[in-house]
Every structure is written in C-alpha cells, then in structure tokens.
Design a binder for this molecule. Sequence first.
Ligand code: HEM
Ligand code: MYR
Length: 407
Amino acid sequence: MHLPYATNGDLTLRIARDPYRTVSRIAGKLEADAFHGKLMLADTVFLTGPDCARVFYGEGMIRAGAAPSFLKMTLFGDSGIQSLDEAEHEKRKAMFMSFMDKGAPDRIAAQVAKALDDLARKSPDRLCVQDEMERILTRVACDFAGVPLSEDDVEGRTRMLSALFEHAAPIRPTFLAAVANRKRANTWAANLISGARSGAITPPRGSALEEIASYRTVDGAPLSREVAAVELVNVVRPIVAVSCYLTFCAHAVATNENGWEAVHDRPQSFVQEVRRHYPFFPLVAAKTGRELDIGGETIAPDTRVVLDLYGTNHDARLWDDPMMFRPRRFDDRKIDPFDLIPQGGGDHHAGHRCAGEWVTIAIMRAFTDWLTRIDYRRPKQDLDLAMSRLPALPESRMIWENVSLRQ
Ligand code: HEM
Ligand code: MYR
C-alpha cells in the first residue's frame, strides 16, 4: 500500500497563500487522509483527520529538527520545549504543566475580568479589541510569570511579544520585525533569568520565572541562560496570543445570528466553537524518528510529517456543516483528544499538546462573561478574515465605539 502524491510540485507557495485550507483540499481531491508532498523542497508526509492525528501523536514521532527554521527565528525561539523528545521533554513539560496547577486558570481569568471591567469603566470612545487585549494580557502574563513590568514598559513589551505571533512566518516584510523582536525578547528574558539567579530579582515562589531559573535538566544541569530565556518567553508570549481568540469571540458575535445568544445561553459551547472554527494555528510539524508505518506505507526515518489542525477541526466526518459557526454542537458532545485540536492533540503531559489550553479557555470565558456586562457600538468596518495571514485576524482588528459598563 502506498500513499498518493500531491501533484503540482512543491506545496510551500500554496501553503503560504492559504495555510489553513491547502492540506485538506488536496487530501479531499486525493481522497486520502495521508499523502506525500514537498515542503521547502523536502519530502513531507501530510496528515489530516482524527485517525491521522492519532498517528502524529503516537510512538515513533519526534520533534528534534522538525520545526521549520523560520519559526525558531520568531515564534518558538531556539531549543525550547517544542523541539524536545523523550525524557527531557517529559521533565520539562512537567514543569510547564505545574504552572497550570493550583487554580492558575481561575486566577488568570479573575485578573482578566478585573482589567476588562477597569477598561469599560473608562468608557472609551473608540478602541481596537485586538490591540487592547494584547496590552491587558501582557500585564496579566508578566504578573502570572513573576516578571516585573512597569506601566511605562507595557506598550513596548506588548509590541515586542505580539510581533512574535502576529508576524511569525516569512510571508510578509513584517517578518523581519518579528525576527528583531525575537532577539529583543530573548535578551529581555535572559536578563530576567540572570536577575532571578543572582538574587537581583526575587520572583514569587513557584512562579514561572523562579521555576525556569532553577530548573535542572535530566542530567542535573541548569538550563543555559539562552534556553531558560526561550522557555520564559514560551510562558508569557502565548498568554498574550490569546488576544487573537478574544478578537475571534468578538467577531463571532458580530457576524453570526446565533453568536450573541450563545454567549448568554451556552458560553462554554460558544468558546469551544470559537476554538474549533477560527483560523489560528494551521499546522504542526514532527519527524519520523525511525521507520514508521503510516497508512500502510513504511515511511523512512527522518521524514518530515505535518498535521493539519485546522482541517481536522473542519473535517465533515467529525462535524456537521463544519464551516458553519454553531456553538450548540458542543452542548452535549464528548470531546476526544484527537478531534477538537486547535491547540494540538493527544495528552498534555506525555505529548506536545498545548500546555495552555485550560488557561486559554478560562481567559475566553472571562471575556465572554464581560460581553454580557458591557454596551458598545460597532462602526462599519472590514470584518473579513484575512485567510492568508497567520493568524487570520479580521482586517479591521475589531473596532468598537462608545464602550461602557452596563448600568
Ligand atoms: C504548544 C496552540 C496558548 C503554552 C502548542 C501547540 C499549539 C498551540 C498548536 C503545539 C502542539 C504540538 O506541537 O503538537 C496554542 C494556541 C493558543 C495557545 C492557538 C492560543 C493563544 C497557550 C498558552 C500557553 C501555551 C496560554 C501557556 C501559558 C504552550 C507550550 C507549548 C504549546 C508551553 C509546548 C508544549 C510542548 O511542546 O510540549 N500551543 N497555544 N499555549 N503551548 Fe500553546
Ligand atoms: C503561541 O505559541 O504563542 C500561541 C499561538 C501562536 C500562533 C501563531 C500562528 C502562526 C503559526 C505559524 C505556523 C506555521 C506552521 C508550519
């Protein structure tokens, strides 16, 4: 048995133009969940759907050397948790997961709720939801991680951290600014690590800054200052990135008849449907660590494998009318580790599934609760999702006017 080949040569340009839909479209044409293609000139196996997601997160897949190098220059940084395997991954992941214990999602959600109410109390005439949420989440993320942040630095740190996820891919000139911001972010975080290690900064017990600064690898060695910095950014940056999901929540309310009703009547289902429906993280990459059977074909070791997250979240075999925004579908649905996978699939502890999934959901719930407590006007604006962007935010970044807390 052999997997089919995608025709039309290298898929890099097609994926760059339409990162969310290309893999599932080709899979549909080939009538196969797994197929061969080329990505950046290298042989790659593309996977979509729940069965293939299970293979992607199964035995024999590794992450060392799997992420495209441009992501190391921006979003991920070099030598962080995303590139680890086996014992070192397990140990470092346990540290990341420990940050999420002790009520962290609830604590973060309470802080977000307070910051949102403070914002509405100022009754702004006009605001950009994406920009405002990035600012709020930068404050919350730094506080959560035990990182000092003065009010004067909020704007600069917000721009620095947001560039890493808003311009992560080399598809627009803004990528170069993201590379520069990755260098700044690494220097900023490395100084914080040095400060925590020397005692110049005393981060709260159990905070990410303290734990990363004092972490010991499987061999008992501390992390280099550079790697520790990358891991600190791996805690702070993604919390700021939840801003995109908040803009998507606002977009879902603005563009769907059932959006507003769902925010009131079934907020948890609303949040899950936003995570399923909206185009955020398109694809994830791994490599075969040995000869591996995929769909009946033996794939050579060291072959890149790409899993289509967005396509799996829109797979018609799993979701009725997958392109429709329909929160009710989650009212009594049991979620499987391999069907709703906007933040990766499988197990959080044993695999690479996103460590921040519960925090993400808690922040989105705080935002949707807030929507029921405020009034605002939405001026005419371009709400089209720019599907070639990563993430595919609405063109206007969501503008509101006359925002106020309801009396
Ligand atoms: C990994 C998405 C928020 C921390 C991942 C992965 C995805 C993802 C797709 C990779 C899964 C894989 O490699 O198989 C997202 C999205 C978020 C988000 C769309 C929304 C903003 C967060 C938050 C945190 C976080 C809030 C932490 C506070 C991490 C970490 C990893 C990760 C540490 C690496 C896990 C590992 O390699 O074992 N995320 N994430 N993420 N995420 Fe998130
Ligand atoms: C984070 O880790 O900061 C949270 C999510 C950020 C998502 C940014 C979207 C761009 C990802 C590009 C992936 C290209 C895959 C080959």
